[in-house]
Design a protein around this ligand. Structure first.
Ligand code: ZN
Ligand code: ZN
Length: 167
């Protein structure tokens, strides 16, 4: 007698594979962690910031950046003046590094809320749909600027417990 599978004999057993349902980090969590890992490379004495630009399906990292002086210049700020230390900003470097076309939709993960100028850089990069940030910055004016051009902004605390997804 044969069963539905066409395999004879009572010795045939159907083995069911059970996938573990333990929580695992979302792509969003992983990219925010990557932004923080990149910030560790910052040589700015003021603030360490990291940026990751990804495709919206999270299958591609399009560019990364962190703040610091230009390549080949001394690995330190030009001056200690607050807000004018001479470092290139993290988002600025990520935008410079991003060679994906404007038509490609993008998400941006930044350790800190972008400043006004970097928000404008992200707007002109083209295709940015959403910006995730972890820590607040001294000015929140950029929230209004990004919202005014239809870029969504979400604060994302880096807490694995909150962000873990089942399955
Ligand atoms: Zn600096
Ligand atoms: Zn900036």
């Amino acid at each position: 007698m044969s069963n539905d599978c066409g395999i004879n004999g009572p010795e045939h057993k159907i083995v069911t594979t059970v996938c573990p349902k333990e929580p695992r980090p979302s792509f969003q969590t992983i990219y925010m962690q990557l932004a923080h890992a990149l910030a560790a490379r910052s040589t700015c004495s003021r603030l360490h910031v990291g940026t990751v630009i990804t495709s919206t399906d999270y299958r591609k990292v399009l560019a990364v950046g962190y703040n610091g002086n230009a390549t080949g210049l001394p690995n330190c700020c030009d001056r200690t003046e607050p807000g004018n230390c001479g470092c290139l900003h993290s988002e600025e470097n990520a935008v410079i590094n991003c060679d994906s076309p404007r038509s490609m939709e993008k998400h941006v993960f930044v350790t800190h809320l972008p400043c006004v100028q970097c928000s404008k850089r992200l707007i002109n990069l083209g295709g940015v749909k959403k910006v995730f940030y972890c820590s607040e910055y001294r000015s929140s004016e950029s929230l209004k600027i990004l919202a005014s051009v239809g870029i969504e902004v979400e604060r994302m605390p880096l807490d694995l417990k909150d962000l873990a997804e089942p399955g």
